[in-house]
Ligand binder design. Structure first.
Ligand SMILES: Cc1cc2nc3c(=O)[nH]c(=O)nc-3n(C[C@H](O)[C@H](O)[C@H](O)COP(=O)(O)OP(=O)(O)OC[C@H]3O[C@@H](n4cnc5c(N)ncnc54)[C@H](O)[C@@H]3O)c2cc1C
Length: 407
């Protein structure tokens, strides 16, 4: 997809496709930042390439999708080559390539040009969910490293430990706070990711048409939240895991700083997290005039009475705050106000869903002490942020527009 002038703005892409007499196409242009655009792990690489055919309408309406193999069926090399590999902050095992297409032989996907965006979107929800899950996975791994380091690193005497002894840092409240903060978020992210994946499965394999359309709508609504919330948290929480290691965390040989570097990309690619927020407020909230999001919020309120008293109140309060923000957004006529609210709203959405799922898990698996501890921590320490975000969401864009940003 990506070209130098066409990143978030895919509609600006210029790669061209000219028809050949035999019905195939001749593709020319340059793509940048292409993951595994070139490698020697397989004999052939089949590229999916977005390009414009002659006379296509402007913007995303005029984009078509082509299959362009590195090696053609007859064995000869196609006109596609890697002309550069980026040096970058993390994911060093993943080649990020600049690709040049010089009259490369391509085949149109489908029968009609200008269907490229719709075709890409058939993959988009699954791709964005997968990137969200990478936030979860890398944080889980960093958490394991931080937990085992904290159990073995001896510093200072914890309150209540015998005199003249030193304690593992895991016994100090501030270290426990960091570890529990990470663990409770990991469990919340996991629950959200599974819920999102379940909605995608129902969209494809639900037993009735109603179940399939319900799954499709729920997946549409949840996917930007899973992608952006889990990957923003991936960056924040891996940083916290470095913090647990003290100075050793900053030393490359310890290995934990790699998690911070590797996960940073997940907030940027597959649609930046800013773009996910915009997708949520501009395309997903208006689905069925707001009925899709309201059904989700109603479901949370309907389930909360099953929770023990304190968590019930915390989840209800947070959900009321999310409802207030949602109704405000649905009522906005000025797109600028909704756009300004997109990122704080997505954060609020993630927090409420995270707290709800943790409370629900703790209720269903009531004998699981670790889950109960995570749920209690999250509901006490994190869920109240949902109410605190209402003013940021509903402030409108005046302050952003009025402020002078001096460069
Ligand atoms: C390591 C790596 C691997 C990648 N792999 C691939 C790949 O395999 N295939 C591929 O096609 N691409 C790939 N990409 C490209 C990636 O998807 C883009 O970098 C990403 O979509 C952002 O585009 P951009 O870099 O041009 O940033 P820009 O679009 O220039 O965005 C810059 C900033 O402006 C914000 N912004 C932009 N437009 C708006 C708007 N309308 N409203 C509000 N904010 C906005 C963004 O959120 C961001 O914060 C990869 C990138 C990297 C770094």
């Amino acid at each position: 997809m990506t070209e130098p002038q066409a990143g978030s703005d895919i509609g600006a892409l210029r790669t061209s496709a000219r028809p050949n007499p035999d019905g195939s196409w001749s593709i020319s242009g340059t793509k940048i930042f292409i993951t595994y655009g070139e490698h020697d792990l397989t004999e052939n690489i089949v590229h999916l390439v977005l390009a414009r055919v002659p006379g296509s309408p402007p913007s995303t309406r005029g984009i078509s999708c082509f299959i362009v193999p590195k090696v053609l069926p007859g064995g000869q090399r196609n006109g596609v080559e890697c002309i550069g590999i980026e040096r970058k902050m993390g994911i060093h095992a993943s080649p990020t390539c600049t690709m040049r297409f010089d009259r490369a032989h391509g085949e149109l996907i489908g029968t009609q040009p200008n269907s490229g965006m719709a075709q890409m979107f058939t993959m988009m929800n699954a791709a964005r969910l997968t990137v969200g899950i990478s936030g979860l996975g890398v944080t889980e791994r960093a958490q394991q490293a931080a937990g085992s380091y904290a159990a073995g690193r001896i510093q200072g005497r914890a309150v209540g430990a015998p005199p003249e002894t030193a304690s593992p840092i895991i016994d100090h409240p501030d270290v426990r706070r960091m570890l529990l903060h990470v663990r409770s978020h990991v469990e919340a992210m996991r629950a959200l990711s599974y819920t999102n994946a379940c909605a995608l499965d129902l969209a494809d394999h639900g037993s009735t048409a109603e179940e399939r359309s319900g799954g499709r709508e729920r997946a549409q609504l949840l996917t930007p939240v899973t992608k952006a919330w889990c990957t923003d948290l991936g960056s924040e929480l891996t940083r916290l895991c470095t913090q647990v290691h003290g100075g050793a965390g900053y030393i490359s040989d310890t290995g934990v700083e790699q998690f911070e570097r590797d996960i940073r990309i997940a907030a940027l690619y597959e649609g930046t997290n800013g773009i996910q927020g915009i997708d949520l407020v501009r395309r997903k909230l208006p689905m069925r005039e707001g009925a899709v999001v309201r059904e989700l919020l109603d479901g949370i309120d309907a389930t909360a009475p099953q929770f023990e008293a304190t968590m019930r109140e915390q989840v209800r309060d947070a959900n009321a705050a999310l409802r207030q923000s949602t109704e405000w957004l649905l009522a906005q006529e000025e797109p600028q106000d909704a756009l300004a609210a997109a990122t704080p709203y997505l954060r609020q959405f993630g927090i409420v869903l995270g707290g709800f799922h943790l409370a629900r898990q703790a209720t269903v698996a009531s004998s699981d002490g670790a889950l109960a501890g995570s749920a209690r921590y999250f509901c006490e320490q994190v869920l109240p942020q949902a109410s605190a975000l209402v003013p940021a969401v509903t402030a409108g864009c005046d302050a952003l527009q009025a402020a002078a940003i001096n460069l």
